[in-house]
Each structure stands twice: as structure tokens, then as C-alpha cells.
Ligand binder design. Sequence first.
Ligand code: HEC
Ligand code: HEC
Length: 720
Amino acid sequence: MATQNWFSRIREGAAASVNGAGSVLAWIGRAVARLVRRVIDFLWGIPQWTVGHAFKVLLLLVLAAAVLVAGALYFVTYYPSTQVADNAPATNIVYLDQGWGPTASSKYRQQYYYTPQGTSVASLRYSWFIHLQQVRTSDLFVDPGHMRAFGFLVDNTKTEMNPDQLPVGFTKHYDPVKREDLLDITCAACHTGELHYTGKDGQRVAIRIDGGAAMHAFTAMKLGHFGPTLLAAMARTYLNPWRWHKFARAVLGDEHYESGNGTLRLEFGKVLWALLRQGYFDRAHKLYPVEEGFGRTDAVGRISNTVFGGEVDEANYRVANAPVSFPAVWDIWKFDWVQYTASVAQPLARNLGESLGVGAAVPLHDLYGRPLPPKEWFQGATLIENLAWIEENLQRLQPPKWPEEILGKIDQQKATAGKELYAKHCKGCHEPCEATAEERAVQMPLKKPDEPLWHIKMLPVDDIGTDPQAALNFVNTRISLAKTGITDEDAREWLREIYTERLNRQIAYRKAHPSNTPPRYTESEMLKALDGIDVNSLSIGAGLNIIGIPLRRQFYKQFEYIKDVEQRRRLLMEYDGFGALDTPQVLLVYKARPLAGVWATAPYLHNGSVPTLYDMLSPADERPKKFFISRMEFDPEKVGLVGQPPASKGFWFDTSIAGNRNIGHEFRAGYGGWTPGAPPSHGLIGPELTKDQRWALIEYLKVHVDEKVAACTAYGSPEY
Ligand code: HEC
Ligand code: HEC
């Protein structure tokens, strides 16, 4: 409501000024003429000046400069708020039951949305965030309408876990050093989606997709997004004494205002400065040249810059020019490899890397910039505890089911035809297969027989032919850990333990189940891998892997009280995620994710460059070259984002920019077929589909599930 008010006020203001434009111009003309006359008189008079004169002029000049600076600051802090996209919020929210219950307040949903993961952005305090005002009104920054305008999802009610009605994924954790609650951005902020749909009856509905793709640009520093608008509001509050007074009273309460105001100002200033400096640094070094728009971030590049550039060594900053879509996270606990480039196998390692990237409180150096010994890295225990908990909750999450009552009935006949087409053209890559007993024993030994371990297929980037930038960056970027004080020998010793464990598991399995096939892992391969370690030149994956080991060890120290070694071992394996080992891989591939629920995750491909399923199934030159994204407006026919600009501000997704390309994964004329050993080349992966075939496949994808998967035929990857 509040949002609408200020939009209409601005609009009225603008209209009034257009009407009066003629007389305003005349007024400005007269004023300029007067000013010129004054300046000439003034210059003429200078030779006759006394000291008093000069002083007066100096004072005037200082005053004028102050007014100019104040005006500039006013403008700089005002302007960003004018760039936020208009917003017609959908407040009629429907929660699909994906295993977490049917209402906003269902327990598991609440826990996923608001369990903190121990991260903070520059130590921004929770209490500051909830009391900050918007720049243009006295409404709070966290007003649901305002937060929705950035693309965040806000439930309609306050709950015990979310007492301030913040967006999904915005929560807090207590920081024992600062002795305050910090704002904590958790998994749900990036891994929850919503589809906005206006039905034939004119009713606008927001269909919440738990574990789906977010559509904000949380990390973008482009005007109109969350980051710059927040900074402007903070700066305004800091600079404007009246605002500050009100803010400080709200944060501290009347009782503590006098005693706390000075400290509050100091701390607030520090955080503001840190954020401004980071924003400036990113821009000055052009670290993120490809605009994220809505629904994307260069996760790997940003994590690398935050951890290896910000924490370890400025020389590690690298340009990150391959933003990726926020992926869906249902079923991921069944995958053998996650991340677009299939680079991480252990759930804990993945989450730890991510939380370090978003800003977990793990200082790697002291106040003077000296490296801290790894045993000092770990501060609080909440982090891993909560990560493990969130991971467990995700195991209950199911892919969303197409809600026929809102989005329309499934045409069963079409869907059946689509199923056949899927089996023929898609299944070979997208259908996961069940890992063998040996793979289970080696990779995730704690999985129970009824808990699936899916082998996810990986396609060499050259074969699938989609935009290669994200994969290239992951493979080619090299960073140095030298400044952490970690040596090659340290890293080798730590990794040897992990690789040896993997070998031992394999040996144990084969002892119990003799086999003629050559073993997957060998000692010589291990030694070669260890030999190759150079902490001065590591891939991002290897760097995160090595940093993660002492972090985990430090955390696991608290369990040393458990004297039974086997019992302790098992507990730690559970924290790792089914006993998975952190043995990252660095390959030039994209994984073909299983397609259950894919209907709810537009835009498509790892870089979000294809707005609908229909476009996915069309030849690349029929896909939109440029399309507009402002919100989660859903098109239930082509299944994905609606095609027309629905708002005045938003993001033009330009697929001609490297990193944004919508090429590859093509069904088009000229396809020559493939067999194992003769893979599809350069993204031509199937024959052109007729329009009817495309519609049939889309109908099927609305109901596709990946439940009963077959056993894998061959071991190893990449392969089809
Ligand atoms: C700031 C946004 C953000 C937050 C917060 C975040 N993620 Fe992610 N997550 C991403 C992005 C972006 C990717 C894709 C990265 C890639 O593969 O390049 C990703 C990838 C993943 C994947 C792999 C998915 C796949 O298909 O391979 C999983 C699993 C995952 N995240 C789980 C989590 C969990 C659990 C948390 C909380 C502990 C979390 N994420 C927090 C943005 C986020
Ligand atoms: C040769 C292997 C292969 C075949 C065949 C194939 N895909 Fe894919 N598919 C992939 C890979 C790999 C990706 C990931 C590419 C990327 O993100 O750059 C992908 C991505 C997708 C996506 C985007 C997923 C997302 O989360 O954005 C959709 C949708 C999709 N495929 C549908 C299909 C359909 C439908 C068919 C059959 C008509 C099909 N695919 C056939 C390998 C394949």
C-alpha cells in the first residue's frame, strides 16, 4: 500500500512540473542573468577590498561549497531509490505442498526460510536493518512492498521465527564478538521461487516454489537493486541529523539513547564505510562486468573474490563475468555431484563454501592483516550445526507439482505423446541413474538402502554447446593460498587423509564383494594428485576444498569428548552428509539435471538465457535474442517468463554478450545422431522438433517425475 502511495505522489509531482515548465524556464533565465550581473560587479570591486571584505567572501565561498556538497550528497543518496522497478505485488500467495505442508507457517517451511546459516554482510546488525527508513518516505526499508520491489519474497504474516516480516531467507544470528544480532542471509533467500500469474478471472496469484529459483539480484551493485538502494538509505540516515536521531532512538530505545548513540554512530559508520568501499572496489576494478539482472549471480566468481580476494590476498581478485541462475535445490541430496559444473560431492563442503562466500564469520587473518593459524579460524559452532540441519530439511522437499486448479488442466493425450518424445530425445542425458552398490559404499556410505544416490550425467561443454564462460572460469581461474600460511605439505597431508579414506572404502568393499573390474581409484592416481598440489596456483574448487578442511576439523574438535572412536566417526560423517568425502573435481562440463519440477524454474540454462521451455526446444536462432525481465510473471503456455515488458524498469537480458549466450542444447535440422563414442557436437543434440512435438514435450514436462530410476550401465564420467 505504502509503495503505491509514493509512486502516485511522484507521478502527480512530475505531472505538475510538466504543466509549469514554461514559467519555470523563464524564471531560470532571469535568475541566471541576475547572477552574471552580480559576478561582474563583484570582480570589478576586488581591488578596493579590505580584510573584512575578504573574510566575508571566504565565508561565502565556504558556505557555497557546503551547500554544493550537501546538494550532491542529497542527490547521490536520493537518486538510487528512484531506480527501483515499479511493482505490482502479488499478495495472494499459494503454497504448494512440496513436503513442507500447505501454509506459510508450516514448521519445516519456517525452518528452511529462517534458520540462520551464520553469514553476515559486513556485520550489518539486524536491529539496524529493521529500523532503517526508505530514502523517499518515512516508511521502513523492510516494508514488505519495498522488499518485494527488489524481487524478494515476503510472506503475508509475521511468525515466531520471522517476527519482523522480513523476506524469505532474511534472518539473524547472535554474534558473540559484536554481542549483537547480525542480519543473516540464508539458503532460502536464493533458493525459493515464486510464479506470479493473473488468471482469467483477473485474480493475481503468487505461487510459492520452495527450493525454486529466486528472482532478485541480491549481489548486484547496479542501481535499482537491493544493494545500492540499501547503501543510499544507510548513507542518508548517517548524514541527516534528524533521520539519525529517529533511527538511533528506534534502535537503542529512549532509555539507552544517550549512552549508546556515540557507539552506534561509530559502528554504523564502519559498516557503511566497509560496504561503500567494497562497492567502489568492485566497480573500480570492473570485477563483475556482465550485469546479473534478475535471478542471477556469479556464485563461484563472487565466492572466490570474497574468500580468496577479500580474506586472503588482494592479488586473488579475478573478473567474474559469468552470472548463473539460482538453481532449484529439490532432490539435490540424491545427486552424486552438484553445482552447474558438477564440481562438489560433499554437501557440507558445498554449503561451507557458499556460506564463506556470503560472508560467514570466519576470519582468516588478524586485524593487522597477518594470517591467522588455521586452528584459530573457527569461531562459532552454529554454522555447521545449522548447515547440517538445513540439509536434512531439504531431504523432505519434493519438486513442485503443476497446480491444475490455478494454471490449467493438463492435456493428458498431449502429455502421453510428450512422454514418448522425452524417452527418445531427453532421457539419455537427463534421466539420473542409480549408483551401484560399490559407488554407494565409497561415495556415501551412510545412505540407507531406500535413500537414492543418483548418478548425474555431465556433458563436455563443447558437446552441449551452451555458453562456456562459467565452466571456463571455473577451470581456468587460479588463486594463491600462500598468504594464509598454508604450505603445499599441509595441503598434501590433509588431502592424503581424504584420498586414503576413499581408497580404504573401496578396498573394504571389494574384500567383501570380490570383483574382476579394475578399481575406480588407485594409489598411483592419488599420489599423482597430491604431487600436483601447488598452493600458489589452485583452482577455485581446490582452494575451497583446502580451506574447508581445517574449518571442519576445528568444528569437529568439540566432539572429542565422545570417547568411542567409531561412534564419533559416524557422527562426523553424518555432518559431512552421508559420509561423503570432499574430493572436488574440476572439469569443463555442465551437468544435465533431472527435469522434475523444471516447469517452475525459468529462465533456463545455467546462465538463465532462455526464458521459456518452448524456446528451449526451439532452434537457437528462434530463441529471443533480447528479453525483458522484471518479475516472476509466469506464462503457463510456453512455460516460463512472459515475453512482453510488463514494467517500466527492469532488465534487458541481452544474449549477444559473452556469458549471456543462449546457444547450444539445440534440436534443429542437420542433426546426425550419436552413439557413445561419437557424441553430439557443438550443441546440436537432436533433430528439429515440430511445433506439435514441442507442445507435447512441454505438456509432459509439467508432470514429469524422476522417481524410479534405472541402474547405471557404465561407471565413470563424463559420459552419456
Ligand atoms: C546468495 C545466494 C545463495 C545462497 C544464500 C545460497 N545459495 Fe546455493 N547456490 C546459489 C547459486 C547461484 C548456485 C549455483 C552455483 C553454480 O553452480 O555455479 C547455488 C548452488 C547450490 C546447489 C547446487 C545445485 C545444483 O543444481 O547443482 C545447492 C545444493 C545449493 N546451492 C544449496 C544451498 C544451501 C543448502 C544453502 C544454504 C546453506 C545455499 N545454497 C545458499 C546461490 C545461493
Ligand atoms: C546430449 C545431452 C542432452 C540431451 C539429449 C538433452 N539435454 Fe537438456 N540439458 C543437457 C545439459 C548438459 C543441460 C545443462 C546445460 C546448461 O545449463 O548450460 C541441459 C539443460 C536443460 C534444461 C534447462 C534446465 C535448467 O535448469 O535450466 C532443460 C529445460 C532441458 N535441458 C530440457 C531438455 C529436454 C526437454 C530434452 C529433450 C527434448 C533435453 N533437454 C535433451 C543435456 C541434454
